[in-house]
Design a binder for this molecule. Sequence first.
Ligand code: NAP
Length: 352
Amino acid sequence: MPERVIVIGSGPAGWSAAIYAARANLKPLLFEGTVQEDMIPLGQLAYTTEVENFAGFPAGDVRSFVESAVDKDRHWNLPPIPKGHERDGRPHYAVQGVELMELMKQQAINFGTRVVGDDIVDVDLTDRPFRVIPRDAEPVETHTIIVATGARANYLGLESEEAFKNRGVSACAVCDGALPRFRDRPLAVIGGGDSAVEEATYLTAFASKVYLVHRRDELRASKIMQDRAIKNEKIEILWNRVLDEVLGNDDDGVTAMRVKSTEDDSTSEFDVSGVFLAIGHTPNTGFLKDKLEMNEKGYVIWKKAFRTYTSVEGVFAAGDVADDYYRQAITSAGTGCMAALDAERYLVDQGL
Ligand code: NAP
């Protein structure tokens, strides 16, 4: 018997799709990926530390927060204060990226999702039922597929960049920018597109100064975003420069960066406590090449506004794999839910 729904991906889109599909009694089978392929098990949140902007997961003195937010007769439900979690002498806790994903995973499993720790390396969408081909396990037939393989942030590939990931190097200012290690310190953003300018502007709320390092002498970002950056006194643009090395030590993490001129190869160092890469993302769609319609950057195209339909009926896409614009955990979770509802309606329409 073919599966009714196969979900490929294990970030917020994949788990949310699985939760909804499981609650619709579709018994979804979810492939969560392994680190051997591009797709990251538990998605990009696996690389994030504190998550403060996922609705329903407030950060800080969580107990006081809940006391202020819900009626007294529900205070029995208060979370315990985890030991050792304090900031400025007050209890402080924020859900960790991995923790949030593990909670979603368990929630999906509790409703009957079956999880396979394998990568999907190919799909056959020419016949029905479709066939998905895992790297290690046997091919599986399915009536519908929800693609939720996400995208990965691009890095430059420097050894020092890798060494300081989560200790000052990040590819998501919105996720990590408000962390204490970045407060009132000079920071750097690498890139010249809308993301880079937006992240630099965002970081000025916390940083003492933000260097925007761009490899050319003009920004790619839209005019309005450029103006915003240029007018912002806290942002200094280092034109015609690329990141050459992230500098730091085991105790403090990132302490400085060395940049290289694209004109004469000269180098210079700047004290910074954080380096944020904003040089684009790559969607994890290699295994879908020539199978589904994608845009020029390789993102799966939604064929109808506000629907998760792809170019092949019965195949749906959710999360960052189909979104190079919002790219937030909560938007991914939302589209995961949409994809499950779309798949459920498709199965009903087809009498499957
Ligand atoms: P992007 O537009 O592709 O820009 C990537 C930037 O990184 C470019 O400036 C590029 O330099 C630079 N870059 C790429 N590889 C590099 C390397 N190896 N070394 C140094 N620099 C490198 O990506 P994005 O900024 O993430 O934007 C993606 C899409 O989302 C765009 O369509 C954008 O408009 C949209 N977006 C919109 C908003 C908004 O409207 N609020 C916010 C964020 C994103 P070059 O310029 O020299 O190529």
